[in-house]
Write a protein that binds this ligand. Structure first.
Ligand code: FES
Length: 568
């Protein structure tokens, strides 16, 4: 064993007698059938987020076998261990609330257990951020294998992919153009294979972000979940992890740097990725004391073209993206703006990667060249103004162009319950020019920052053909959704931010050009309303939820906990 690898003897349990601890640990390890020879090898931990409550990870048993094969063939001992899994649609109130719990479990289990390097297996929206956050803080050499995206299904000859098409058909069902029998049939056709959502949603975006940060084998983030190449990538990652266990590096802090975070932001813009990725990347970078300034995000957005034509804003699905060239295709299109000396876990620099000849040509149907972009500017921008002094996010690529400069009358919903009670009320005073405002859905609110920023179009307007309206909240939006939607308003309403002061009939102005969002109400009137605000009562008064409410940071700082973020 090398000087770096401590194997089974790393981090001994403390009985006040190290020799006894060694003897006891080997004895108990032998009870699992290991030979002494196996127990002398460097150890690669395989951190798995497999769970019966996570449909996206249902192929992990096969993936784990492939990682193990690679580790064993390279002369180390693979040891699998579970951590909390976060299946997006199976958690209440939201998966985001538990991302930090998962990150804490990942960090502590990597640190506490005897392993020399770790392979992280995740995919569904919050699992990749949770794994990265934990691994970055733990500091041991780490590599990531992503679940990979689902394949598409079919309905009446049309391709379907979770979950943009889930929303599209639900909108049609609400508008009355799809009946109950058809929506029941569609339900069984939207998500038909293992893997993560089939579009450029949060999971796919975060997999690309993780690869750009250097934490994954190059060229592997977008391989479909059920493709044999994904198993080969898992085996190769296992072999590399065995090497990393022996050499002791690279550790994540050598890969995740200010420069690689900026490269990841550029990829996020070029693929028109999920708004959630801004939160998760801020949380991941924050673990190493790297801040994402909103002004810098806007600069990067303004100078990075959108190259990828995928749903939710375009046409293709992740399987098309992979076959069109994947991340390499995107990197080629923005090569002039990338920092070249960032390294990945194989030692390859971004510059070397960009200079390599691609095996297959890039398919411009799904990944356009820089000379013919979908849009000359990036998909996401940060807004600031009197309604969001701390910032907000708008996915301009998913917005209706005519609504990007808009002033309208506020129609306010004070909570998710209020929204569901009144949004379809035939007597609701609302027109297509109004601005729908949702309060108390931010990170600290009892709703736990749900993906509710995609407020439904009131039924009576939907039936009249209205497809989009300006919608504003402190909530998030699914990476698979679209519309003119202002999210992550900071400070949130639960903390008494200006969003809490909006009342029905107030005028609100959105300007994507000026990157502003303003509440057009006098300061005196806002003061009067502020004085009337009642401090919300925390509903979460025990255990993890109390910890969450007391320590969660705003969306601009990734909704991490204040005590887990490294001060820069
Ligand atoms: Fe897991 Fe969409 S539900 S990625």
């Amino acid at each position: 064993m090398s000087e770096h690898a401590k194997g089974l003897m790393g981090g001994l349990t403390n009985y006040g007698d190290p020799e006894f601890a060694r003897y006891l640990r080997r004895s108990f390890a032998k009870s699992m059938g290991y030979t002494g020879e196996s127990l002398d090898k460097p150890i690669v931990g395989i951190c798995t987020t497999e769970s019966g409550f996570n449909n996206c990870h249902r192929h992990f048993p096969e993936l784990i076998e492939a990682v193990k094969r690679g580790v064993l063939a390279a002369g180390a001992l693979p040891v699998t261990f579970p951590v909390i899994s976060l299946g997006e649609v199976f958690l209440s109130p939201t998966s985001l609330v538990y991302r930090n719990l998962m990150a804490m479990a990942v960090e502590e289990m990597i640190r506490a257990q005897p392993m020399d390097s770790v392979v992280l297996l995740g995919g569904c929206d919050k699992t990749v951020p949770g794994l990265l956050m934990g691994a970055l803080s733990a500091g041991k050499p780490a590599s990531l294998v992503a679940a990979g995206p689902m394949m598409t299904g079919r309905h009446k000859g049309e391709r379907l992919g979770a979950c943009t098409d889930c929303r599209r058909f639900w909108g049609q069902f609400r508008a009355g153009s799809v009946d109950q029998e058809e929506i029941d049939r569609i339900e069984g056709r939207l998500a038909t294979t293992a893997g993560t959502c089939a579009v450029m949603g949060t999971a796919s975006t975060m997999a690309l972000v993780a690869e750009t940060l250097g934490m994954m084998l190059p060229g592997t983030s977008a391989i479909p979940a059920v493709h044999a190449d994904r198993l080969r990538a898992a085996e190769e990652t296992g072999a590399l992890a065995a090497k990393m266990a022996v050499t002791g590096g690279p550790t994540p802090d050598k890969l995740v740097t200010r420069e690689s975070v900026e490269n990841a932001l550029r990829v996020l813009m070029a693929v028109s990725g999920s708004t959630n990725a801004v939160i998760h990347l801020a949380a991941v970078a924050g673990r190493l004391g790297i801040d994402i300034e909103l002004d810098r995000l806007n600069e990067i957005s303004d100078e990075t073209p959108v190259l990828v034509d995928l749903k939710p804003v375009g046409n293709g699905y992740m399987e098309d993206f992979h076959h069109a060239g994947g991340l390499d295709g995107v990197l080629q299109g923005i090569k002039d703006r990338l920092v070249r000396d960032c390294q990945d876990l194989t030692g390859l620099t971004m510059g070397e990667r960009l200079d390599r000849e691609l095996i297959d040509p890039i398919d411009p149907t799904f990944i356009r060249p820089a000379s013919d972009p979908i849009d000359a500017q990036g998909g996401l921008i940060a807004l600031k103004g009197s309604l969001a002094p701390g910032g907000a996010i708008l996915k301009r690529a998913a917005a209706t162009p005519e609504l990007l400069e808009h002033e309208g009358r506020a129609v306010v919903f004070t909570s998710l319950d209020d929204l569901s009670a009144r949004i379809d009320d035939p007597d609701l005073d609302v027109t297509a020019d109004d601005v729908l405002v949702l309060q108390n859905a931010g990170p600290r609110s009892p709703s736990g920052m749900p993906e509710a920023g995609y407020l439904p179009i009131p039924k009576k307007l939907g039936r009249a053909g209205v497809k989009d309206m300006v919608r504003i909240s402190d909530a998030r939006m699914s990476g698979t959704a679209f519309g003119t939607i202002v999210l992550h308003v900071t400070p949130e309403a639960d903390l008494g931010g200006p969003l809490a002061l909006v009342r029905d009939g107030d005028r609100i102005r959105l300007s994507a050009t000026h990157k502003s969002i303003d509440l057009l109400v006098s300061e005196e009137e806002l003061e009067r309303r502020r004085a009337e605000l009642v401090e919300p009562k925390g509903e979460w008064d025990r255990g993890y939820r109390m910890l969450y409410r007391d320590h969660v940071l705003p969306a601009t700082e990734g909704c991490d906990f204040d005590f887990l973020r490294k001060q820069g």
